[in-house]
Design a protein around this ligand. Structure first.
Ligand SMILES: [Zn+2]
Length: 291
């Protein structure tokens, strides 16, 4: 009897200490690891985030979901994915496991991008602030006790983007209107934000869709490199084939700067440090060798 009383007392104490009262973390599944990073930055200890596309050696355009991914999605409280045809497999998984309690954020809907637009919307500097705000609203409605925490983290996130926005403005001032090219459209929105001219876009779409670029598109790309009509080749390290490799060699021979970029967030980086790293390397390449 005395032992039972002690056990009850201990139980009450742990309840009063608050730990037993804390809500379990909100289970979040992000289709891509850069959205998982933002969800973690906003959600802090109040969320538990898993991401599906996070292998730097995999082409995200060729991804196929496994049964374990399907289970993760079925059990999630909140799912976030890019949309605009970037990750159609996620829509299929959601349709396969309908749920009233699960919420879904589609990043493309927040920034009014649709099927047929360049799907790499996280490279548009306007996208992540919209995603962060949507996550803040969603987390706050799930866990109102931590609303002030979520809002404080949103403010910190917005402030942390300032160096990137400043960098973009500086790079625009220096090189607006100058021409660059790329092997795949991943960096397209950032080039738009920088005010540079992006050449060979049809070729890039063919690489993204894993189709054969036309002979004339390939010839035009080669001509741009051989005759140095572009300052920089932006090279998608995650979506490559023999043709992109050959173009990279041609750029090297012509002494055109090559800037490697990735589709997904590299290990050990945040969205902010990732963007700053790529922008810094592009800035250097735009200014030419030896600068
Ligand atoms: Zn891509």
């Amino acid at each position: 009897m005395r032992k039972l009383a002690l056990t009850v007392a201990a139980g009450l104490l742990s309840l009063l200490s608050g730990t037993a009262l804390a809500a379990p973390p909100i289970q979040v599944v992000a289709a891509e690891n850069f959205y998982a990073d933002i969800a973690q930055q906003i959600g802090g200890p109040e969320v538990e985030v898993a991401s599906i596309l996070n292998n730097p050696n995999q082409d995200p355009h060729d991804f196929e979901a496994s049964p374990s991914t399907a289970r993760q999605v079925a059990d999630a409280a909140l799912v976030i994915y890019s949309g605009a045809d970037y990750d159609p497999w996620m829509k299929s998984l959601l349709d396969a496991s309908p749920s009233d309690r699960r919420k879904v954020i589609v990043a493309a809907n927040l920034v009014h991008r649709v099927s047929g637009d360049n799907p790499h919307i996280w490279y548009d500097p306007a996208t992540m602030p919209a995603v962060a705000a949507a996550l803040t609203a969603e987390f706050s409605s799930r866990d109102p006790a931590h609303k002030a925490d979520f809002e404080a983290r949103l403010a910190a996130f917005e402030a942390s983007l300032e160096p990137m926005l400043k960098k973009i403005a500086e790079m625009k001032q220096k090189h607006a209107g100058e021409a660059v090219t790329a092997t795949e459209p991943v960096f397209g929105y950032m080039i738009e934000a920088l005010g540079y001219e992006m050449r060979n876009q049809d070729f890039q779409l063919a690489v993204m869709n894993d189709t054969e670029p036309s002979a004339s598109d390939l010839a035009a790309f080669q001509d741009d490199l051989k005759n140095r009509k572009v300052k920089v080749l932006i090279y998608n390290n995650q979506v490559t084939d023999d043709m992109t490799e050959k173009l990279k060699e041609l750029a090297q021979q012509s002494e055109i700067g090559i800037v490697g970029v990735t589709e997904t967030l590299p290990a050990g980086m945040t969205y902010q440090s990732w963007m700053m790293d790529e922008l810094t390397r592009l800035d250097k390449a735009m200014s030419g060798p030896g600068s």
